[in-house]
Design a protein around this ligand. Structure first.
Ligand SMILES: Nc1ncnc2c1ncn2[C@@H]1O[C@H](COP(=O)(O)OP(=O)(O)O)[C@@H](O)[C@H]1O
Ligand SMILES: N[C@@H](CCOP(=O)(O)O)C(=O)O
Length: 354
């Protein structure tokens, strides 16, 4: 019998100008308690796997307990099947405790994908490195900012490699072939497409220890796919240059101690995704405009977290007042919120024997 714990932090992607590039792992962790009972020789469980789910975030969405449907186990099966293992080992039990709210811009799906690749790697005894597991994540999540933060931890800058034409084609295989629709318990025997080597890479940046992250989480869902559909296909040169200037400053601004509020506030401005997502998030325009380090002592910068609707405010003090002002702005649009004071989660995803 083997028992182990997989702990994966949530993420806040983009941090203003770093759309699909910059990510920050935060101290809200999903945990998977896994047991593999190898004293048994066969199992009645579908795909030899039993899932239990503890929702600590009070989300309204029901998470499937079918291992062929649940995102975490589906991703684990993808990794296993790439290595000629068709099902979980007899007999696998996975208990998921999840405090990360779903569809709010705190990387719940990226966290699930990262936990899933880790689960496949561990139960299959595959011995894949985290760097290789990032390739598997990218076959599913497609942008590296949130998954790299959840996998490696901390404040990261990410990029995708220029791949050879045949590898580009493999990387762009439709998601329906990577994670095929559930086959109703019937094993189709198909081997899924393996990721090309070295799709995605990351670099960790410093983070000034004084800086804390306030996450203001509205009580409504914005699916990331919808928030990507409202973005334009092309941008003006002026808007691209505006974001490049700020993204180049951001790591130095957030890594320097003591933090310079004016520099950070400027470095967190964005013209690539936030202006377009305002249509999905009532009050976002006002929230991004009405608070500055001058009007709000302690505030350093403010942005949309991931694809939203969560707002991320970085600050050194007066956390309650900053959160209260943002919550009041949402309340004027009849939207209620919860908020959390978080810190960077430097360790990323960990596996501990228990
Ligand atoms: N722990 C989980 N287990 C299974 N599915 C999950 C889990 N977390 C997220 N998901 C799936 O991901 C969806 C949310 O993904 P997405 O729209 O990208 O929002 P987010 O900004 O939270 O990542 C959920 O609706 C759910 O289908
Ligand atoms: N760069 C992506 C990040 C999505 O993050 P999530 O937390 O909303 O899943 C984007 O902005 O679309």
């Amino acid at each position: 019998m083997r028992s182990f714990l997989i702990k994966t932090p949530c993420s806040s992607a983009n941090i203003g100008p770093g759309f699909d590039v910059i990510g920050l792992a935060l101290s809200l962790h999903m945990e998977l308690k896994v047991t593999v009972d190898d004293s048994k020789t066969s199992s009645e469980l579908p795909l030899n796997c039993q899932i239990t789910y503890e929702d600590l975030s009070k989300s309204t969405e029901q998470i499937s307990l079918d291992p062929e449907v649940n995102l975490i186990t589906r991703v684990a099966l993808y990794v296993l099947r790439c290595h000629n293992q068709r099902a979980f080992p007899v007999e696998t039990k996975v208990h998921i405790s999840n405090p990360i709210p779903l569809g709010r811009g705190l990387g719940s799906s990226g966290t699930a994908v990262v936990a899933g690749v880790m689960l496949g790697n561990e139960v299959g005894n595959l011995g894949l490195s985290k760097e290789r597991l990032l390739d598997y994540c990218l076959m599913i999540e497609r942008h590296p900012d949130n998954v790299a933060a959840s996998l490696f931890g901390g404040f990261v800058g990410t990029y995708l490699n220029e791949l050879k034409p045949e590898d580009v084609a493999r990387k762009e295989i439709p998601l329906s072939e990577v994670l095929p629709a559930p086959a109703g318990g019937i094993d189709t025997g198909n081997k899924p497409p393996e990721p090309p080597l070295g799709i995605g890479h990351y670099r960790k940046f410093d983070w000034a220890p004084e800086i804390k992250a306030i996450a203001i989480i509205p009580d409504f869902v914005v699916p990331t796919a919808n928030a990507r559909n409202v973005l334009p296909q092309t941008y003006s040169r002026a808007d691209v240059v505006f974001n490049l200037q700020r993204a180049a400053l951001l790591p130095a601004a957030l890594g320097t101690s003591p933090p310079d509020p004016d520099m950070i506030f400027l470095a967190m401005q964005d013209r690539v995704h936030q202006p377009y997502r305002k249509t999905l998030i009532p009050g976002l325009t006002e929230i991004l405009q009405f608070m500055t380090p001058l009007t709000q002592p302690g505030l350093l910068g403010i942005c949309l977290s991931g694809a939203g609707p969560t707002i991320l405010a970085l600050a050194t003090e007066n956390f309650d007042q900053i959160a209260d002002r943002i919550i009041a702005q949402f309340a004027s649009n009849n939207i209620t919120c919860q908020w959390k004071l978080l810190e960077p989660a430097q360790a990323g995803t960990t596996v501990t024997e228990i």
